[in-house]
Design a protein around this ligand. Sequence first.
Ligand code: ATP
Ligand code: MG
Length: 215
Amino acid sequence: MHVILVATQKGGAGKSTIAAHFAALAAQDGKTLLIDADPQASLTDWYTSREAETPLLAQADANSIAQVLDAAADEDVRWVIIDSAPHNAPLMASLMSRASITVIPVRPGPFDLKAAAKTLDMARALKAPMACIINAAPPPTRESEPTVVAEARVVLSSMGAPVLPGQVSQRAAFSHALITGQSVTEYDPEGRAAGEILAMWSAVAKLAESFPRKS
Ligand SMILES: Nc1ncnc2c1ncn2[C@@H]1O[C@H](COP(=O)(O)OP(=O)(O)OP(=O)(O)O)[C@@H](O)[C@H]1O
Ligand SMILES: [Mg+2]
């Protein structure tokens, strides 16, 4: 079982958007549990309007997370994707120490980069494997990635943070898909948003598989 935590102490960076999409894509590969560990319950709302029966969904907090993960392992779940809350550092630390890898979505802007540093520090202190994902970036041109994205990579690298190649661009398809309980790969499979999130999920899955399984 691979446990992927999507976390950052910055609100609105795209944790729930990315967690929903990773879970929908992971479910094509094997039994997948999406854990909503945010009391805002954004993903539970998404799930309620979802027609597809996969992934599975559970809610968890600091008291129940161990039990939820143990039950998932007993039920031969292959992928666990956890969405977390921005303002609960103790819960985030506890989730990080249980995750195979923590994925940190970062918008390519100065305040967002600064805010990511706190989460990177937490991961480092816990010796938790992590990688940043550039989210909600201006779409790339045919020739190159946007300057703000290149700059964000430089800043994150200077903070010692691995940054996954590629980006998830700011695209309306994400809102359209999520509001109808879908992922962009279901809503518009041939679209650019689908291509980008699929490439990002493939990179994350490969990385997770290179770390020891959690059970
Ligand atoms: N790549 C994207 N393209 C377009 N809109 C996006 C993208 N990523 C996130 N959003 C939008 O930005 C807003 C915040 O995203 P989301 O709720 O996923 O962030 P979050 O980190 O989970 O927020 P919170 O900290 O409040 O839990 C949402 O309206 C979402 O639809
Ligand atoms: Mg959220």
